[in-house]
Design a protein around this ligand. Structure first.
Ligand SMILES: [Zn+2]
Length: 524
């Protein structure tokens, strides 16, 4: 009896083990290919060269600006150079107007000389030549507060905010996920409870409304330039847009964001009733009203007779903000995708499915490029209409959370893909990539796919000075990329894409309700 129980117990355990291994066993992994991908990715990486050209030589890439187009053309040359096919800048619709900075100069000249670290906000006007005059601190809380200035602000250099609080930072600039944090990430988040809109939020919205009214009034008064404190400290300025890309929208007054420490110095001097003289010149140009928006695409064609019309996609957004050179946001993602393609080409991989790389336009304006692409190729949300490639896409893998290495992947509430991803990660746990979470992550282009029921995924990445330093700031430059992390990420990306391109079936999809609201579109 005792013996029989033991045998039964063993059998149950064995069955359980077999069951849990079943899905993994269904994933036929090519370990020789994995070793070759690891060698090509980790030992022969070319990712550094790509990033120096993309960031240092071509620089920031506001959507569809002349710099964006030049950088795109350079990528096409590189793509052809490594043997990719169908390389193109593919229009997806109308973007609107772009913006280009030609010159910026600012300094305090009285009571002392101080060159000013700053950056014009995108989509704002230039100044009318060099403006030189007193800094005017206007702390209006309502539009009526401005009445006293009527007729007195022509060509004025105006500051609208008081001294900024710059608390000491005790938190580290960068961090890697600990084992405990990764384990926590694998657990379901607490159920979401919608909170009533708090009074603080309403207060902020009311203030924003007043600020818009004030901006309109200042424009009408012919103010020369608005000087704002940039978010950030240590001379780093987080700067994005101050106007609109829409055709025909009014061009806002020239607006510059300057280093908060320097802004505070000017404010404190003015508050002591000591006059401050500033000199500012901005030359900026709005490009044509109705520019076509363009994504950059290139492929490794599939070879399997039945599967070559199917697709595996990878990429990240190509557009950037303009303060730095768009290195971590999102040169990193483009470089990881391109390097993954290079690894596969260098190994002579003949994928069963076609592998398509895409660099998206205008992610920062609300996933404009990827949404346009998805509407043209896969599914038109407004018409609720399937397009030719909807049934052919296996998966899209996105990279857009700075230059931190891949620690795992978000399964976007698609339970069926979890055991597949776990199987792919199992032989690369030593690279630090081992976590699959069912959770969603948002804020970037995989949502354009996810929102129409297509398997679109973003990786879990370590946060390396991303939120603290580089994301949308003037310090988003090559020096703040972690090259070892990106080399790891490209290797993992190549392995994921390879597996998706070779497995017998496309990746399973989750339930899609065409009537569900579109996902939020905050750019990341
Ligand atoms: Zn981004």
């Amino acid at each position: 009896m005792k013996k029989r129980l033991t045998i039964r117990g063993l059998a149950i355990i064995l069955l359980l083990v077999l069951f849990s291994l079943e899905t993994a066993a269904q994933e036929k992994l090519d370990y020789q290919m994995l070793d070759r991908i690891r060698n090509e990715g980790l030992v022969n990486s070319k990712i550094t060269d790509f990033l120096i050209y993309l960031c240092d030589v071509y620089g920031p890439r506001l959507p569809d600006s002349p710099q964006y187009v030049k950088a795109g053309e350079w990528v096409l040359g590189q793509a052809k150079g490594i043997g990719l096919v169908n390389a193109a800048m593919e229009p997806y619709g109308t973007f609107g107007r772009s913006w280009e900075l030609l010159k910026y100069y600012a300094a305090m000249t009285e009571p002392q000389y101080m060159p000013i670290v700053g950056y014009p906000k995108a989509w704002t006007s230039g100044t009318n030549g060099v403006l030189k005059g007193p800094a005017r601190l206007i702390t209006a809380k309502t539009v009526a507060d401005l009445d006293q200035y009527k007729g007195k602000l022509k060509d004025a250099i105006v500051l609208l905010q008081g001294e900024q609080d710059l608390p000491i930072s005790f938190d580290p600039m960068a961090s890697r996920y600990t084992e405990t944090e990764l384990e926590k990430l694998m657990l379901a988040p607490d159920p979401f409870v919608r909170r009533p809109q708090n009074p603080q939020m309403q207060d902020m919205m009311a203030r924003q409304q007043v600020q818009r009214e004030i901006a309109k009034m200042l424009k009408a008064e012919g103010v020369g330039v608005i000087v704002e404190p940039g978010r950030g400290k240590f001379g780093t300025v987080f700067v994005s847009s101050g106007g609109s890309r829409s055709k025909g929208a009014e061009m806002p007054v020239a607006t510059i964001a300057i280093a908060a420490e320097q802004y505070n110095r000017i404010v404190r001097i003015l508050q002591k009733n000591v006059p401050v003289t500033l000199e500012v010149e901005v030359q900026a140009r709005f490009t044509a009203d109705d520019l076509p928006g363009m994504n950059v695409v290139a492929e490794i064609p599939g070879v399997d007779k039945k599967l070559k019309s199917e697709l595996v996609m990878l990429g990240g957004h190509f557009d950037t903000w303009h303060g730095g050179t768009g290195a971590t946001d999102n040169g990193a993602g483009c470089a990881v995708a391109f390097e993954a393609m290079r690894i596969l080409k260098a190994l002579g991989v003949q994928p069963r499915r076609t592998i398509r790389m895409a660099f998206w336009d205008a992610e920062e304006q609300g996933f404009v490029g990827s949404r346009g692409y998805v509407a043209n190729h896969f599914y038109d949300r407004t018409k609720k209409e399937k397009k030719a490639e909807y049934d052919l896409l296996s998966a899209y893998f996105n990279f857009d959370n700075g230059s931190g290495k891949i620690r795992g992947i978000y399964a976007q509430n698609n339970s069926a893909v979890m055991p597949i991803f776990e199987a792919w990660l199992r032989p690369i746990h030593d690279l630090g990539a081992e976590t699959v979470t069912l959770r969603n992550t948002g804020g970037t282009d995989h949502l354009s796919f996810d929102g129409v029921g297509l398997p679109g995924f973003q990786f879990i990445q370590d946060d390396l000075e991303y939120d603290t330093l580089t994301h949308h700031s003037t310090m988003d430059v090559y020096d703040h990329l972690s090259r070892p992390d990106l080399i790891q990420a490209a290797t993992v990306m190549a392995w994921f894409v390879y597996n998706a391109a070779m497995r017998d079936e496309k990746l399973p999809r989750k339930y899609f309700d065409p009537n569900a609201p579109a996902p939020a579109r905050g750019g990341n």
